[in-house]
Design a protein around this ligand. Structure first.
Ligand code: ADP
Ligand code: ASP
Ligand code: MG
Length: 415
């Protein structure tokens, strides 16, 4: 008998029929003798709908009240799933995050989980119940409801699995695993049987939304065996077959099944670029430009400072597209103090990254990437590298073309 956490995403919970299928799949695992905790997302489209309602009232919604609204989609899901399980003769109980409690900090809309009390859940499991807990939400020390950022149910599930020392966390979603790139963009993308934790962390943080980045961090920090698999197969699929399907996040590099140099390509449309032109090149220039941006809670990603000419330099960096205007506003406020000639920006840029632990022992990955883009006539605006990834910033209109060309150049379709 094992303790297993199942997570079901929005598409998987998308209709009452799909919820009935989730219930059948969960019941199958429970019937096999396992203790099961289920973490569902809101029904597909529901979180967007709720945020849309809030924005009809306040263009920039108050974050605390927004979390009050956005968290409700998951509460509907847990209730419906619990009922669907009861309807097929299972004992089940649904909890909101605060009832467990899943404690977070107070950073509304992007809260971080701090602790999870598993007493109540364990009592219910001892009692033979299937426990269903809302994804995406928690509660802070002042009893305010918080949410964990978009895609946060992945993090709820892995964090619960970590807190309960579960044997496995199964992330059921609308694709049958982690692919070499988003299979909706490249039809030749290939499913990976296993991916190292480090590579998954890079792919997620560089834009692959199949797992929320923080869920991968939890999996790594607490060594939670985590698998991504399909919720759209027959719910009565043989349990052994299901248990070995999808993609396993592995912690051992030598169990990494595919020895490719590159494991995958991630992309992020959600980027914007800002350039501060003609600033006096003296100590503190980066601090004086980026300090106020950081104070406004805006995360900066790629950064380039040009060689100075006549004591003046240009400074370029990227921010999430949502923060483009706020970042420009901050800089326009400090422009005179900086002595900058002008500030320009471009919100139609995308970042593409190739990721792979094999890069450590192979040279030539960067040049192959740059050659491929040049052959497609795609201009690179910025480059950044780390030990296991190379990222480039390009015009967003070439993003899909670039991903396809790189996928082909690195022969990712081949095992
Ligand atoms: P859920 O609602 O189950 O959380 P998401 O939409 O958040 O599902 O994540 C699954 C989606 O992630 C897939 O439908 C796919 O389009 C996208 N995706 C992006 N990159 C990848 C990848 N490398 N492998 C698989 N899916 C990916
Ligand atoms: N419902 C939330 C969202 O749409 C959380 C999740 O689906 O993981 O972002
Ligand atoms: Mg998701």
């Amino acid at each position: 008998m094992a303790l297993i956490v199942h997570k079901y995403g929005g598409t998987s919970m998308g209709s009452t029929d799909r919820i009935k299928n989730v219930a059948r799949r969960v019941a199958k695992w429970h019937d096999a003798g396992h203790r099961i905790v289920v973490v569902p997302s809101a029904m597909s489209g529901e979180t967007n709908r709720l945020i849309g309602l809030a924005k009809e009232i306040q263009a920039q919604p108050d974050p605390r009240e927004l979390d009050m609204i956005a968290s409700t989609g998951e509460q509907v899901s847990v209730g419906l799933l619990s009922m669907a399980l009861q309807a097929i003769g299972k004992k089940a109980v649904a909890y909101a995050g605060w009832q467990v409690a899943i404690k977070t900090d107070s950073a509304y809309t992007k809260a971080r989980i701090q602790s999870i009390d598993n007493d109540k859940v364990n009592r219910d499991l001892d009692d033979g119940k299937i426990v269903i807990i809302t994804g995406f939400q928690g509660v802070d020390d002042e009893d305010n409801i918080t949410t964990l950022g978009r895609g946060g149910s992945d993090t709820s599930a892995v964090a619960i699995a970590a807190a309960m020392k579960a044997d496995e966390c199964l992330i059921f979603t609308d694709v049958d695993g982690v692919y070499t790139t988003d299979p909706r963009v490249v039809s030749e993308a290939r499913r990976l049987k296993a991916i190292t934790f480090e590579e998954m962390l890079e792919l997620a943080s560089l834009g692959s939304k199949v797992l929320q980045t923080r869920s991968v961090e939890f999996a790594g920090n607490y060594r939670v065996p985590t698998r991504v698999l399909s919720s759209l197969t027959d719910p009565m699929l043989d349990i052994e077959e299901e248990a070995n399907s999808g993609t396993l996040i592995s912690f051992e590099e030598d169990t990494h099944m595919e020895q490719a140099v590159i494991s995958g390509i991630a992309f992020n449309r959600d980027e914007a670029k800002i350039t501060v032109l003609g600033v006096p090149d003296r100590p503190g220039v980066a601090y004086h430009i980026l300090g106020p941006v950081a104070d406004a809670n805006i995360e900066v990603d790629m950064i380039i400072q040009n060689q100075s000419v006549d004591g003046k330099t240009d400074f370029t960096f990227t921010v999430p597209r949502n923060d483009f205007q706020p970042a420009l506003d901050v800089l326009n406020g400090t422009k005179d103090q900086l002595g900058a000639a002008s500030i320009t920006g471009d919100a139609k840029v995308s970042k593409i990254s190739v990721v792979g632990v094999g890069m450590r022992s192979h040279v030539g990955v960067a040049s192959k990437m740059f050659r491929t883009l040049s052959e497609e006539g795609i201009n690179i605006m910025m480059i950044s590298t780390s030990e296991i990834k190379i990222s480039v910033l390009i015009d967003e209109k070439y993003m899909e073309l670039a991903v396809r060309a790189l996928h082909k150049a690195f022969e990712l379709e081949k095992a």
